[in-house]
Design a protein around this ligand. Structure first.
Ligand SMILES: *[C@@H]1O[C@H](CO)[C@@H](O)[C@H](O)[C@H]1NC(C)=O
Ligand SMILES: *[C@@H]1O[C@H](CO)[C@@H](O)[C@H](O)[C@H]1NC(C)=O
Ligand SMILES: *[C@@H]1O[C@H](CO)[C@@H](O)[C@H](O)[C@H]1NC(C)=O
Ligand SMILES: *[C@@H]1O[C@H](CO)[C@@H](O)[C@H](O)[C@H]1NC(C)=O
Ligand SMILES: *[C@@H]1O[C@H](CO)[C@@H](O)[C@H](O)[C@H]1NC(C)=O
Ligand SMILES: *[C@@H]1O[C@H](CO)[C@@H](O)[C@H](O)[C@H]1NC(C)=O
Ligand SMILES: *[C@@H]1O[C@H](CO)[C@@H](O)[C@H](O)[C@H]1NC(C)=O
Ligand SMILES: *[C@@H]1O[C@H](CO)[C@@H](O)[C@H](O)[C@H]1NC(C)=O
Length: 648
């Protein structure tokens, strides 16, 4: 099998050239409140080489404090001017008088004494967000604090509301959420303004919006080993997924307005590999979970193999497994989590599984010292055989989210019936764009269509399965755009319709590669075509007889399509500013070239077989073609590895 298993590498500096200004701000799936020229009612973020200072409160969430430092450096990335970021205590407001007449004031309601003070003084109406999960508003207010005439206030209803508000603005300023993970260049502007009326957002459509790293070997794991360790993984597991790796991922998830993560599992144990992993997830603002088969915040099988005693079978080894779960619960207690309940494994039956869940809730009661566990988020995933238990009558308490799943190939197997839609724990969906399992894996490059994901996940919204969505992203790197699409849909499903999902790709292309609208439309057509092609037959499942060599010129038509796509992609690549080429290679040009090479190789193999069966000498030419295409694939892989001095 030809397969470029990329080994990623890392670079310290990416030259960022100055780009032609395209005018508007690119905000995918959100309101626009940023402008690059002053207007009727605008507030300056950076104007005349001067940046407005940013004020935060020392009692603010550390995760907001951290995001505010990103916000300040994002402004610097765009304009070259770094705003000052200052803590202001309400007991020392007089010190403000000399600071500036304008300020950006950032804070979380009920947490930041500073923002509460501003709300109180300006009578700012925050009723639209108060008490609402992850909601925010931003707008200009007058006389917020002594000495400050005007401020742009960025107010979150809770910790992540404020964080999302900051990143929402950063993206519009010109910093892609993928600036590091896909090398999307920052758009340069000399000035940045925001509209006085600002941006706002209510609670997202889906409460917990997650990705799941589930195909970490070999690409992600080897790359992380090289880039984030000094050559040795964690002491007990050898895993390279330490906090240096994860904090990069936490930031990306937050910039994409996700809030939840199922960590790498195969040879890793999030809570063991690096004791800072869990603490930092919480500190950043990520709610941690574990995959559907890893109950009570402990990794299976890795942690069980390390610390478990006896069989992973609750029928025969109850006490040891119970203690094992107590340990995971105690370890996770200081942090924000979504507990996976239930169990997969040997010797299960409904009666036993119901006991498992009731024991797990007893553990939560004991560890949290509460008689009411309904406020501790819990999820039961109805994956594969587990859905069978549900169908056979197994039930869990009402406050546990029921997570329905697809069939691993993007078709949701079942959604909540009307009688299942009013559960207090709600429902959700676990969905795949990468799959490792029977009958066949697909995990190489992008092979799912956002059109399909949109159609399926819209059904989930219509059936109120919106408590939790988890996307299996394999090793993530080949699925940048699809990952963003899923999280964007989960953030605000109402914005998207069958008529405008293509606009998502067009805006994405403009934001990521700084191309014209016309070229962005072509990029969208390429993405549409390559994902349609790879979804007809996953690349791993292609073979020499997939496309007919004798009927309807099928193979020739497919080869023409492939070659046209490569030509179009090459033309776009060559037209791009140098600093956008790496991003384009990673997210468009490589998948297209690799798909074309693989497809053409199998077709050449088919022709070779056919001609050989006809005892024709020209069979040899096709054998040579297969070899050349095989080498070309290796060449593409090498190109990826050498990109940006070996970043990936
Ligand atoms: C503000 O104060 C908090 C709490 O002491 C601290 O963690 C943070 O680094 C400070 N931020 C700035 C910008 O000084
Ligand atoms: C708001 O201001 C009023 C006086 O104007 C004061 O009584 C009240 O305690 C303040 N509330 C907060 C949260 O600061
Ligand atoms: C690798 O070594 C450097 C220099 O000693 C150190 O700063 C860094 O934390 C180490 N990284 C890991 C993952 O141990
Ligand atoms: C959990 O188990 C591990 C390994 O046996 C042990 O090191 C750790 O202290 C335990 N943690 C808690 C919270 O009991
Ligand atoms: C558990 O909660 C009870 C009732 O609120 C309290 O009296 C007790 O001290 C708590 N126990 C611990 C270990 O915190
Ligand atoms: C949900 O609605 C169904 C009827 O549609 C009812 O039987 C069930 O008791 C309700 N459950 C809750 C928790 O309200
Ligand atoms: C190609 O794959 C199809 C579908 O799995 C299978 O039926 C066929 O035998 C395969 N052809 C070859 C030559 O392996
Ligand atoms: C996409 O595929 C369609 C249908 O085959 C074709 O007409 C179009 O030219 C292709 N576009 C690109 C950019 O490859």
């Amino acid at each position: 099998m030809v397969s470029s298993c990329r080994r990623w590498a890392y670079v310290t500096s990416v030259a960022l050239g100055l780009l032609a200004l395209t005018g508007g701000a690119f905000a995918i799936g959100q309101e626009t409140c940023v402008a690059f020229k002053s207007g009727q009612s605008t507030f300056p973020i950076v104007s005349n080489r001067k940046a407005t200072p940013i004020l935060v409160s020392p009692d603010e969430w550390p995760g907001v404090q951290r995001a505010a430092t990103d916000f300040a450096s994002d402004i610097q990335q765009v304009t070259g001017i770094k705003p000052t970021l200052r803590n202001i205590t309400t007991s020392n407001l007089q010190s403000l008088a000399s600071l500036a007449t304008n300020a950006i004031i950032v804070g979380t309601l009920g947490k930041s004494a500073l923002i509460d003070e501003v709300v109180n003084r300006t009578k700012l109406d925050v009723s639209s967000i108060q008490g609402k999960w992850e909601a925010f508003l931003a707008k200009e207010v007058s006389n917020p604090l002594p000495g400050i005439k005007s401020a742009y206030v960025i107010v979150g209803a809770d910790k992540r509301g404020t964080i999302f508000a900051l990143y929402d603005h950063s993206e519009q300023f010109g910093v892609s959420p993928w600036y590091w993970w896909a090398d999307a260049p920052t758009t340069k502007h000399s000035d940045i303004f925001v509209t006085s009326s600002g941006c706002s957002h209510g609670s997202p459509t889906v409460q917990y919006r997650a990705i799941f790293l589930n195909d970490e070997q070999p690409a992600l794991q080897n790359w992380a080993m090289e880039k984030f360790t000094n050559g040795t993984g964690a002491a007990l597991t050898g895993s390279p997924f330490n906090h240096f790796f994860y904090t990069k991922l936490f930031e990306l998830i937050l910039r994409l307005k996700g809030n939840h993560l199922w960590p790498a599992q195969w040879s890793s144990a999030f809570g063991v590999d690096d004791p800072q992993n869990q603490a930092l997830a919480d500190w950043y603002g990520i709610v941690m979970g574990t995959s559907h088969e890893e109950p009570m915040m402990r990794s299976i099988p890795v942690e069980w193999n390390l610390f478990g005693v006896g069989q992973w079978d609750y029928g025969t080894n109850q006490q040891f497994i119970y203690n094992f779960w107590v340990n995971g619960t105690e370890r996770a207690k200081p942090y924000e989590n979504m507990f996976t309940v239930g169990m997969r494994g040997n010797g299960q039956n409904i009666q036993l599984l119901e006991k498992v869940v009731s024991d797990q809730r007893q553990i939560l009661m004991d560890v949290y010292n509460t008689s009411d566990v309904t406020h501790i988020p819990q999820v039961w995933t109805l994956y594969k055989e587990v859905e069978g238990y549900y169908d056979d009558g197994m039930r869990v308490p009402d406050d546990i989210a029921l997570m329905w799943t697809d069939d691993n190939w993007g078709n949701i197997r079942r959604l909540p019936l009307p009688s299942e839609r009013n559960r207090t724990g709600g429902a959700g969906v676990y969905y795949h764009i990468d799959y490792v399992g029977d009958p066949r894996d697909y995990k190489w490059i992008t092979s799912s269509q956002i059109e399909k994901t949109y159609e399926q996940m819209s059904l989930a919204v219509a059936r109120n399965a919106v408590r939790i969505w988890v996307l299996n992203v394999g090793d993530m790197k080949p699925y940048e755009m699809h990952t963003e699409f899923f999280l964007t849909l989960a953030w605000d499903a109402d914005r998207w319709t069958p008529a405008n999902i293509n606009d998502f790709v067009v805006s994405w292309a403009q934001r990521e590669f700084h191309v014209s609208q016309q070229d962005a439309v072509e990029v969208a057509a390429l993405i549409h075509n390559v994902t349609r092609h790879n979804m007809r037959r996953k690349p791993e499942l292609l073979n020499s007889t997939t496309y007919s060599l004798v009927n309807y010129r099928e193979a020739e038509t497919i080869m023409d399509e492939m070659n046209n796509m490569v030509a179009a992609s090459t033309r776009l690549y060559n037209s791009l500013p140098v600093n956008a080429q790496a991003a384009f290679f990673e997210m468009v040009h490589h998948p297209i070239q690799a798909t074309a090479t693989l497809t053409n190789m199998w077709i050449a193999a088919g022709i070779n077989n056919l001609r050989a069966s006809q005892a024709r000498l020209s069979a040899n030419d096709y054998a040579t073609q297969v070899e050349n295409l095989f080498l070309h694939d290796a060449e593409l892989e090498k190109n990826y590895h050498t990109l940006l001095d070996g970043k990936w």
